[in-house]
Design a protein around this ligand. Sequence first.
Ligand code: G4P
Length: 531
Amino acid sequence: MLDNRPPLPPEIARRRTFAIISHPDAGKTTLTEKFLLYGGAIQMAGQVRAKGEARRTRSDFMQMEKDRGISVSASAMSFDFGRFRFNLVDTPGHSDFSEDTYRTLTAVDAAIMVIDGAKGVESQTQKLFEVCRLRDLPILTFCNKMDRESRDTFDIIDEIQENLAIDVTPASWPIGSGRDFLGCYDLIHDRLELMDRADRNVVGESIRIEGLGDPKLAEHVPAELLEKLREEVEMARELLPPLDRRAFLDGTLTPIWFGSAINSFGVKELMDGIAEYGPEPQVQNAEPRKVAPEEQKVSGFVFKVQANMDPKHRDRVAFVRMVSGHFERGMKLTHVRSKKPMAISNPVMFLASDRELAEEAWAGDIIGIPNHGQLRIGDALTEGESLRFTGIPSFAPELLQTCRAGDPMKAKHLDKALMQFAEEGAAKVFKPSFGSGFIVGVVGALQFEVLASRIELEYGLPVRFEPSQFTSARWVHGPRDKVDAFANANKQHIATDNDGDPVYLTRLQWDIDRVERDYPDIRLSATKELM
Ligand code: G4P
């Protein structure tokens, strides 16, 4: 953005597409709710949770989510904030769903890291942060729950700098802590922000101050706290780097705001930060060339597929990150993988989780395209150009189990159910060339339970997952005739994935080494590149 490129068209420049990363319980849901409240997308705090509850009660596996405190119902929400359009992409929080979460992060331009002021950087935050780092995503930090007893401000900042190896610059500085928490001193605008404890949905007073020497401060802050504030801010300004936009955009420096989401405190300042510092929709890596948001022609890629959002319909919604151009409803786009045109007649946008027809979308936006399974994760949509957006990860399944229908008469339905989940990216599904049943590969053990519950619920089909004789799956690459010959000679080990591509299954690393030695034309790979 600062690389001497001409300014983006205003409609694109005003877009901010981001995700929230956090450890469960740090306050992501509460913060999301407050964002929507300020964005005017909901009228009352509590609606996100209420909707969440409604979603949860819809299916039993959601009960499991609830018991274990996992959220799997992810979506993208759009709302306006001042002259800006925010697109917030929800990331499922539990590590068992990391694959999905990681992919979500390919669709955003920035991330907000929420930490609990008493707990600091927790394990899940750290993991998600590492993914953001791989993509050099700019990070804004929100230190939440300052209304409770929290750690020393310098300790929190030190911990982030050390554990995450990123520079931290305070955008605000907390005054008091726990029950004595008064509010923050806004270091960017030299303002005193006071928290209103009486009404959680009301933003407290904001008082313009002429620097920390302003006598007005003493009218609002008790002498003891004021002295501490002056000392700490002076020290912070001396020891910590200033807010440098370039470093922020490069992902090497994160501004931190302190606040309390539940008290609506510090949220607006954070949103102002996103609006002001961005970033705008970014250039996306693709083959054979990068794609810039201001390009006239429309393009986008599928980063998530969600099935059965409406349980009455067997539809799927493919979430597409628009990469370039100005999309209008009814446009015919080329589905690059099949090279077929697709009329996008009923795209949806999620305004505070209510679906609405998207009449238009600009680079940076997320639209949902209902479809019957044609659209898969990683697929590109363009106005004809053969583009392949790169960087969407596909993880090697680390756990394999055999899946059988509880009722053999319904085995056919199992086929359909598993294929759906494979397309959603929820599991890898292999059909062995020998024997019956399917082999299902996942990244986290909990996914087997989720799959079993969903298959029973959505397809009325009880299933059993059993240990498989195999522990590793490798995709087989090479010239067609060589692959066929290899498959024929190793039938016991060969399966096909949901695209019909051959996969070699084994339990021994030795086998894999042997194949590489004995079949020089064959290459085995642990992941199948999605795009
Ligand atoms: P998550 O999505 O990251 O998992 O967190 P969520 O927003 O659900 O918040 C986790 C808990 O922390 C909730 O309490 C929430 O009310 C509380 N919380 C969020 N922000 C703040 C804050 O600024 N200060 C304080 N003190 N608490 C906060 P809960 O008891 O689990 O749920 P609930 O009964 O309040 O809904």
